[in-house]
Design a protein around this ligand. Sequence first.
Ligand SMILES: [Zn+2]
Length: 395
Amino acid sequence: MKNSIRTSHAAFVASAIDNLRHTEKACPGFTTLDIPYLQELRKSLQFISQTASTPEKEVNLDIQSVLAMHMAVEDKPNRGGLQYLLSQLMDDAIRQKFADSLTNKHLAFYNSVACESAGLWLNVLPKNSTFTFDPAKTRVLLSTRFYIRQPEFCDGLRCDCLMRRRENNREHPLIDEKCHHLITGCNKSAFGIKIHHACALAIKDLVQSAGFRAKTEEVGTFQDYTGTGILSEVEKRMRGDVTIFDLPGGFRKTILDVSNTKIHPILSDAAFSRDEAKVEFSAQKRYDERVRKFAHAATVLNFKFQPIIFEITGRLHAKSDAFINSILKHITGFKDGALLQDYWRKKIACTFQQGVGSHILEKLRMLKGQRFAHQYFENRSTYAYESALGDANMR
Ligand SMILES: [Zn+2]
Protein backbone atom coordinates (compact mmCIF):
# COMPACT_ATOMS: atom_id res chain seq x y z
CA MET A 1 0.00 0.00 0.00
CA LYS A 2 2.84 2.39 0.80
CA ASN A 3 4.53 4.12 -2.06
CA SER A 4 7.56 6.40 -1.89
CA ILE A 5 6.15 8.95 -4.36
CA ARG A 6 3.03 9.48 -2.29
CA THR A 7 5.06 9.61 0.90
CA SER A 8 7.44 12.20 -0.53
CA HIS A 9 4.59 14.50 -1.60
CA ALA A 10 2.96 14.24 1.81
CA ALA A 11 6.27 14.86 3.58
CA PHE A 12 7.10 17.86 1.40
CA VAL A 13 3.70 19.47 1.91
CA ALA A 14 3.79 18.86 5.65
CA SER A 15 7.19 20.45 6.14
CA ALA A 16 6.51 23.31 3.70
CA ILE A 17 3.24 24.18 5.44
CA ASP A 18 4.98 24.14 8.79
CA ASN A 19 7.45 26.78 7.55
CA LEU A 20 4.85 28.73 5.61
CA ARG A 21 2.95 29.64 8.73
CA HIS A 22 5.90 31.59 10.05
CA THR A 23 6.89 33.04 6.67
CA GLU A 24 3.34 34.30 6.11
CA LYS A 25 3.49 36.11 9.46
CA ALA A 26 6.81 37.81 8.62
CA CYS A 27 5.92 38.53 5.02
CA PRO A 28 2.14 38.80 4.44
CA GLY A 29 1.01 37.72 0.99
CA PHE A 30 3.94 35.31 0.56
CA THR A 31 1.67 32.37 -0.20
CA THR A 32 0.19 34.15 -3.23
CA LEU A 33 3.57 34.62 -4.94
CA ASP A 34 4.43 32.76 -8.11
CA ILE A 35 7.90 31.51 -7.24
CA PRO A 36 9.25 27.99 -8.02
CA TYR A 37 8.98 26.90 -4.37
CA LEU A 38 5.27 27.66 -4.21
CA GLN A 39 4.71 26.26 -7.70
CA GLU A 40 6.15 22.96 -6.52
CA LEU A 41 3.99 23.08 -3.42
CA ARG A 42 0.86 23.64 -5.51
CA LYS A 43 1.86 20.75 -7.76
CA SER A 44 2.22 18.46 -4.74
CA LEU A 45 -1.14 19.58 -3.41
CA GLN A 46 -2.67 18.83 -6.77
CA PHE A 47 -1.12 15.37 -6.76
CA ILE A 48 -2.47 14.65 -3.29
CA SER A 49 -5.92 15.97 -4.20
CA GLN A 50 -6.00 13.79 -7.29
CA THR A 51 -4.87 10.67 -5.46
CA ALA A 52 -7.25 11.23 -2.56
CA SER A 53 -10.30 11.75 -4.79
CA THR A 54 -12.76 8.98 -5.46
CA PRO A 55 -15.76 9.08 -7.82
CA GLU A 56 -17.99 9.61 -4.78
CA LYS A 57 -15.86 12.19 -3.02
CA GLU A 58 -13.69 14.84 -4.62
CA VAL A 59 -10.82 16.33 -2.65
CA ASN A 60 -9.53 19.81 -3.47
CA LEU A 61 -6.64 20.95 -1.34
CA ASP A 62 -5.10 24.42 -1.53
CA ILE A 63 -2.58 26.16 0.65
CA GLN A 64 -5.23 27.78 2.84
CA SER A 65 -7.18 24.58 3.53
CA VAL A 66 -3.99 22.65 4.38
CA LEU A 67 -2.91 25.48 6.70
CA ALA A 68 -6.27 25.12 8.46
CA MET A 69 -5.74 21.33 8.65
CA HIS A 70 -2.34 21.95 10.15
CA MET A 71 -3.81 24.18 12.88
CA ALA A 72 -6.42 21.55 13.70
CA VAL A 73 -3.74 18.86 13.91
CA GLU A 74 -1.61 20.94 16.25
CA ASP A 75 -4.48 21.11 18.73
CA LYS A 76 -4.58 17.33 18.95
CA PRO A 77 -0.92 16.35 19.00
CA ASN A 78 -1.41 12.64 19.71
CA ARG A 79 -3.53 11.93 16.65
CA GLY A 80 -0.66 12.02 14.16
CA GLY A 81 0.82 14.97 12.30
CA LEU A 82 -0.08 16.60 9.02
CA GLN A 83 2.01 14.19 6.95
CA TYR A 84 0.21 11.26 8.52
CA LEU A 85 -3.14 12.88 7.82
CA LEU A 86 -2.33 13.53 4.17
CA SER A 87 -1.01 9.99 3.66
CA GLN A 88 -4.12 8.64 5.34
CA LEU A 89 -6.30 10.66 2.97
CA MET A 90 -4.56 9.10 -0.04
CA ASP A 91 -4.42 5.58 1.40
CA ASP A 92 -8.15 5.59 2.17
CA ALA A 93 -8.99 6.65 -1.38
CA ILE A 94 -6.67 4.05 -2.91
CA ARG A 95 -8.14 1.31 -0.74
CA GLN A 96 -11.64 2.49 -1.68
CA LYS A 97 -10.83 2.49 -5.40
CA PHE A 98 -9.30 -0.97 -5.10
CA ALA A 99 -12.36 -2.35 -3.31
CA ASP A 100 -14.66 -0.78 -5.90
CA SER A 101 -12.73 -2.45 -8.70
CA LEU A 102 -13.24 -5.97 -7.28
CA THR A 103 -15.95 -8.44 -8.22
CA ASN A 104 -18.52 -9.27 -5.55
CA LYS A 105 -16.83 -12.55 -4.66
CA HIS A 106 -13.37 -11.07 -4.56
CA LEU A 107 -14.60 -8.18 -2.43
CA ALA A 108 -16.08 -10.65 0.05
CA PHE A 109 -12.74 -12.40 0.22
CA TYR A 110 -10.83 -9.14 0.57
CA ASN A 111 -13.11 -8.01 3.39
CA SER A 112 -12.57 -11.30 5.14
CA VAL A 113 -8.81 -11.46 4.76
CA ALA A 114 -8.28 -7.89 5.94
CA CYS A 115 -8.09 -8.62 9.64
CA GLU A 116 -5.58 -9.60 12.28
CA SER A 117 -6.51 -13.24 12.81
CA ALA A 118 -6.23 -14.05 9.09
CA GLY A 119 -2.68 -12.75 8.93
CA LEU A 120 -1.19 -13.97 12.21
CA TRP A 121 0.52 -16.95 10.59
CA LEU A 122 2.59 -14.65 8.40
CA ASN A 123 4.74 -13.25 11.18
CA VAL A 124 5.44 -16.17 13.48
CA LEU A 125 8.93 -17.35 14.26
CA PRO A 126 9.40 -20.99 13.21
CA LYS A 127 10.02 -22.22 16.75
CA ASN A 128 8.07 -25.48 16.56
CA SER A 129 6.24 -27.55 14.02
CA THR A 130 2.95 -25.65 14.33
CA PHE A 131 4.75 -22.42 13.55
CA THR A 132 6.81 -23.84 10.67
CA PHE A 133 5.31 -23.92 7.19
CA ASP A 134 7.11 -25.98 4.58
CA PRO A 135 7.57 -24.43 1.11
CA ALA A 136 4.75 -26.33 -0.63
CA LYS A 137 2.29 -25.45 2.11
CA THR A 138 3.38 -21.83 2.15
CA ARG A 139 2.74 -21.68 -1.58
CA VAL A 140 -0.77 -23.05 -1.11
CA LEU A 141 -1.53 -20.67 1.73
CA LEU A 142 -0.20 -17.62 -0.07
CA SER A 143 -2.21 -18.52 -3.17
CA THR A 144 -5.29 -18.74 -0.98
CA ARG A 145 -4.49 -15.41 0.62
CA PHE A 146 -3.85 -13.66 -2.69
CA TYR A 147 -7.03 -15.19 -4.09
CA ILE A 148 -5.30 -16.81 -7.05
CA ARG A 149 -5.33 -20.26 -8.61
CA GLN A 150 -3.74 -23.04 -6.59
CA PRO A 151 -0.41 -24.00 -8.18
CA GLU A 152 -1.05 -27.76 -7.96
CA PHE A 153 -4.56 -27.55 -9.34
CA CYS A 154 -5.30 -28.88 -12.82
CA ASP A 155 -8.31 -27.90 -14.88
CA GLY A 156 -11.32 -30.14 -14.91
CA LEU A 157 -10.33 -31.96 -11.75
CA ARG A 158 -13.28 -33.58 -10.05
CA CYS A 159 -13.60 -34.35 -6.36
CA ASP A 160 -14.26 -37.84 -5.05
CA CYS A 161 -17.33 -36.68 -3.12
CA LEU A 162 -20.82 -36.91 -4.58
CA MET A 163 -23.16 -33.99 -4.97
CA ARG A 164 -26.76 -33.93 -5.95
CA ARG A 165 -27.42 -32.21 -9.26
CA ARG A 166 -30.61 -31.63 -11.17
CA GLU A 167 -33.13 -34.50 -11.43
CA ASN A 168 -31.54 -36.22 -8.47
CA ASN A 169 -28.51 -37.19 -10.46
CA ARG A 170 -25.48 -37.40 -8.30
CA GLU A 171 -22.09 -36.59 -9.70
CA HIS A 172 -18.55 -35.82 -8.69
CA PRO A 173 -18.41 -32.01 -8.55
CA LEU A 174 -15.80 -29.95 -10.34
CA ILE A 175 -13.25 -28.39 -8.04
CA ASP A 176 -12.81 -24.64 -8.30
CA GLU A 177 -9.35 -23.40 -9.17
CA LYS A 178 -8.91 -21.77 -5.77
CA CYS A 179 -9.88 -25.08 -4.13
CA HIS A 180 -12.43 -23.56 -1.77
CA HIS A 181 -14.51 -26.67 -2.44
CA LEU A 182 -11.98 -28.81 -0.61
CA ILE A 183 -12.10 -26.76 2.57
CA THR A 184 -15.73 -25.85 2.98
CA GLY A 185 -17.78 -27.22 0.12
CA CYS A 186 -16.90 -30.90 0.21
CA ASN A 187 -19.27 -33.31 1.86
CA LYS A 188 -16.61 -35.99 2.00
CA SER A 189 -14.28 -34.01 4.13
CA ALA A 190 -12.18 -36.75 5.64
CA PHE A 191 -9.21 -34.41 5.66
CA GLY A 192 -11.39 -31.40 6.44
CA ILE A 193 -12.35 -33.05 9.68
CA LYS A 194 -8.69 -32.88 10.61
CA ILE A 195 -8.79 -29.07 10.39
CA HIS A 196 -11.80 -29.09 12.63
CA HIS A 197 -10.30 -31.48 15.18
CA ALA A 198 -6.93 -29.74 15.22
CA CYS A 199 -8.59 -26.39 15.93
CA ALA A 200 -10.82 -27.88 18.61
CA LEU A 201 -7.78 -29.47 20.26
CA ALA A 202 -5.76 -26.25 20.13
CA ILE A 203 -8.62 -24.39 21.78
CA LYS A 204 -8.97 -27.11 24.41
CA ASP A 205 -5.26 -26.88 25.19
CA LEU A 206 -5.58 -23.12 25.53
CA VAL A 207 -8.52 -23.44 27.91
CA GLN A 208 -6.63 -25.97 30.02
CA SER A 209 -3.51 -23.88 30.23
CA ALA A 210 -5.71 -20.97 31.32
CA GLY A 211 -6.61 -23.13 34.32
CA PHE A 212 -9.97 -24.64 33.46
CA ARG A 213 -11.09 -28.21 32.98
CA ALA A 214 -11.94 -29.00 29.39
CA LYS A 215 -12.76 -31.98 27.24
CA THR A 216 -13.21 -32.49 23.51
CA GLU A 217 -16.21 -34.40 22.14
CA GLU A 218 -17.68 -35.04 25.56
CA VAL A 219 -19.95 -38.07 25.43
CA GLY A 220 -23.47 -37.47 26.66
CA THR A 221 -23.26 -33.72 27.03
CA PHE A 222 -26.99 -33.50 26.69
CA GLN A 223 -27.77 -37.18 27.30
CA ASP A 224 -27.44 -36.96 31.08
CA TYR A 225 -30.53 -34.83 31.26
CA THR A 226 -32.84 -37.17 29.41
CA GLY A 227 -35.07 -37.77 32.42
CA THR A 228 -36.24 -34.20 32.45
CA GLY A 229 -38.24 -34.66 29.28
CA ILE A 230 -37.56 -31.19 28.01
CA LEU A 231 -35.15 -32.08 25.24
CA SER A 232 -36.14 -33.51 21.88
CA GLU A 233 -34.56 -36.71 20.58
CA VAL A 234 -32.33 -34.74 18.23
CA GLU A 235 -31.19 -32.44 21.00
CA LYS A 236 -30.26 -35.37 23.22
CA ARG A 237 -27.88 -36.64 20.58
CA MET A 238 -26.11 -33.30 20.15
CA ARG A 239 -22.54 -33.01 21.23
CA GLY A 240 -20.26 -30.03 21.60
CA ASP A 241 -16.75 -30.01 20.18
CA VAL A 242 -15.19 -28.71 23.37
CA THR A 243 -16.83 -28.72 26.79
CA ILE A 244 -15.43 -26.37 29.41
CA PHE A 245 -16.21 -26.72 33.08
CA ASP A 246 -16.15 -24.12 35.84
CA LEU A 247 -15.77 -20.99 33.74
CA PRO A 248 -16.87 -17.92 35.68
CA GLY A 249 -20.32 -16.67 34.70
CA GLY A 250 -22.62 -19.05 36.55
CA PHE A 251 -23.17 -21.54 33.73
CA ARG A 252 -23.06 -25.25 34.42
CA LYS A 253 -20.87 -25.91 31.37
CA THR A 254 -19.69 -24.01 28.34
CA ILE A 255 -20.10 -25.81 25.04
CA LEU A 256 -18.02 -24.76 22.04
CA ASP A 257 -18.86 -25.66 18.48
CA VAL A 258 -15.97 -25.26 16.02
CA SER A 259 -16.67 -24.87 12.32
CA ASN A 260 -15.30 -23.23 9.22
CA THR A 261 -17.31 -21.57 6.53
CA LYS A 262 -16.93 -20.38 2.98
CA ILE A 263 -17.25 -16.70 2.17
CA HIS A 264 -19.09 -16.85 -1.13
CA PRO A 265 -20.77 -19.45 -3.35
CA ILE A 266 -17.97 -21.56 -4.79
CA LEU A 267 -18.88 -22.25 -8.39
CA SER A 268 -21.91 -20.18 -9.27
CA ASP A 269 -21.79 -16.41 -9.59
CA ALA A 270 -25.54 -16.06 -9.56
CA ALA A 271 -27.35 -14.57 -6.59
CA PHE A 272 -24.39 -13.19 -4.74
CA SER A 273 -24.96 -9.50 -4.23
CA ARG A 274 -22.56 -6.74 -3.24
CA ASP A 275 -24.44 -6.59 0.04
CA GLU A 276 -23.52 -10.14 0.93
CA ALA A 277 -19.86 -9.32 0.37
CA LYS A 278 -19.69 -7.22 3.49
CA VAL A 279 -17.45 -8.11 6.41
CA GLU A 280 -18.44 -11.26 8.30
CA PHE A 281 -21.63 -11.82 6.38
CA SER A 282 -21.10 -15.55 5.98
CA ALA A 283 -19.63 -16.08 9.44
CA GLN A 284 -22.64 -14.37 10.95
CA LYS A 285 -24.95 -16.58 8.92
CA ARG A 286 -23.21 -19.68 10.24
CA TYR A 287 -23.22 -18.22 13.74
CA ASP A 288 -26.98 -17.73 13.72
CA GLU A 289 -27.46 -21.20 12.30
CA ARG A 290 -25.39 -22.86 15.05
CA VAL A 291 -27.03 -20.83 17.80
CA ARG A 292 -30.46 -21.78 16.46
CA LYS A 293 -29.52 -25.44 16.68
CA PHE A 294 -28.16 -25.36 20.22
CA ALA A 295 -29.97 -22.41 21.84
CA HIS A 296 -32.99 -24.20 23.26
CA ALA A 297 -31.12 -27.14 24.78
CA ALA A 298 -28.39 -24.91 26.16
CA THR A 299 -30.79 -22.47 27.79
CA VAL A 300 -32.94 -25.05 29.54
CA LEU A 301 -29.89 -26.84 30.94
CA ASN A 302 -28.12 -23.60 31.91
CA PHE A 303 -25.23 -24.23 29.53
CA LYS A 304 -23.43 -21.46 27.72
CA PHE A 305 -23.21 -22.18 24.01
CA GLN A 306 -20.45 -20.53 22.01
CA PRO A 307 -19.80 -21.13 18.30
CA ILE A 308 -16.17 -20.73 17.19
CA ILE A 309 -16.32 -19.88 13.51
CA PHE A 310 -13.44 -19.56 11.10
CA GLU A 311 -13.90 -18.12 7.65
CA ILE A 312 -11.82 -19.79 4.96
CA THR A 313 -9.22 -17.00 5.27
CA GLY A 314 -8.65 -17.75 8.96
CA ARG A 315 -10.75 -14.83 10.10
CA LEU A 316 -12.55 -15.53 13.37
CA HIS A 317 -16.11 -14.36 13.89
CA ALA A 318 -16.03 -11.30 16.17
CA LYS A 319 -17.86 -13.06 19.01
CA SER A 320 -15.63 -16.15 18.75
CA ASP A 321 -12.63 -13.86 18.88
CA ALA A 322 -14.05 -12.07 21.92
CA PHE A 323 -14.64 -15.43 23.64
CA ILE A 324 -11.07 -16.58 23.02
CA ASN A 325 -9.82 -13.26 24.36
CA SER A 326 -11.93 -13.75 27.48
CA ILE A 327 -10.13 -17.07 28.07
CA LEU A 328 -6.72 -15.55 27.29
CA LYS A 329 -7.33 -12.96 30.00
CA HIS A 330 -6.86 -15.71 32.59
CA ILE A 331 -3.35 -16.51 31.40
CA THR A 332 -0.72 -14.73 33.40
CA GLY A 333 3.04 -14.78 33.48
CA PHE A 334 5.90 -12.64 32.24
CA LYS A 335 4.67 -9.16 31.22
CA ASP A 336 1.24 -10.01 32.63
CA GLY A 337 0.97 -12.96 30.28
CA ALA A 338 1.22 -10.82 27.14
CA LEU A 339 3.77 -13.13 25.54
CA LEU A 340 1.85 -16.30 26.35
CA GLN A 341 -1.39 -14.78 25.16
CA ASP A 342 0.28 -13.85 21.91
CA TYR A 343 1.60 -17.40 21.63
CA TRP A 344 -1.85 -18.93 22.01
CA ARG A 345 -3.48 -16.52 19.62
CA LYS A 346 -0.86 -17.41 17.02
CA LYS A 347 -1.04 -21.09 17.82
CA ILE A 348 -4.77 -21.22 17.05
CA ALA A 349 -4.31 -19.20 13.86
CA CYS A 350 -1.40 -21.38 12.70
CA THR A 351 -3.23 -24.60 13.53
CA PHE A 352 -6.03 -23.55 11.23
CA GLN A 353 -3.69 -22.49 8.44
CA GLN A 354 -1.58 -25.65 8.74
CA GLY A 355 -4.79 -27.63 8.37
CA VAL A 356 -5.90 -25.68 5.31
CA GLY A 357 -2.48 -25.95 3.69
CA SER A 358 -1.95 -29.65 4.16
CA HIS A 359 -5.56 -30.45 3.33
CA ILE A 360 -5.53 -28.70 -0.05
CA LEU A 361 -2.14 -30.17 -0.85
CA GLU A 362 -2.91 -33.73 0.21
CA LYS A 363 -6.33 -33.85 -1.37
CA LEU A 364 -5.12 -32.47 -4.70
CA ARG A 365 -2.26 -34.95 -4.72
CA MET A 366 -4.57 -37.78 -3.82
CA LEU A 367 -7.05 -36.85 -6.54
CA LYS A 368 -4.28 -36.62 -9.07
CA GLY A 369 -2.94 -39.96 -7.93
CA GLN A 370 0.27 -38.53 -6.62
CA ARG A 371 -0.21 -39.36 -3.03
CA PHE A 372 1.22 -42.82 -2.94
CA ALA A 373 4.06 -42.44 -5.38
CA HIS A 374 5.68 -39.08 -5.49
CA GLN A 375 5.76 -37.43 -8.90
CA TYR A 376 4.15 -40.44 -10.60
CA PHE A 377 0.55 -40.37 -11.62
CA GLU A 378 -1.30 -43.42 -10.52
CA ASN A 379 -4.96 -44.29 -10.84
CA ARG A 380 -6.95 -44.03 -7.68
CA SER A 381 -7.96 -47.34 -6.20
CA THR A 382 -11.68 -46.77 -6.79
CA TYR A 383 -11.09 -46.03 -10.44
CA ALA A 384 -8.74 -48.96 -10.79
CA TYR A 385 -11.46 -51.17 -9.34
CA GLU A 386 -14.11 -49.80 -11.67
CA SER A 387 -11.96 -50.16 -14.72
CA ALA A 388 -11.03 -53.68 -13.69
CA LEU A 389 -14.75 -54.50 -13.51
CA GLY A 390 -15.17 -52.94 -16.95
CA ASP A 391 -12.42 -55.13 -18.30
CA ALA A 392 -14.03 -58.20 -16.78
CA ASN A 393 -17.33 -57.39 -18.54
CA MET A 394 -15.55 -57.05 -21.85
CA ARG A 395 -14.28 -60.56 -21.76
ZN1 LIG B 1 -15.62 -32.80 -2.57
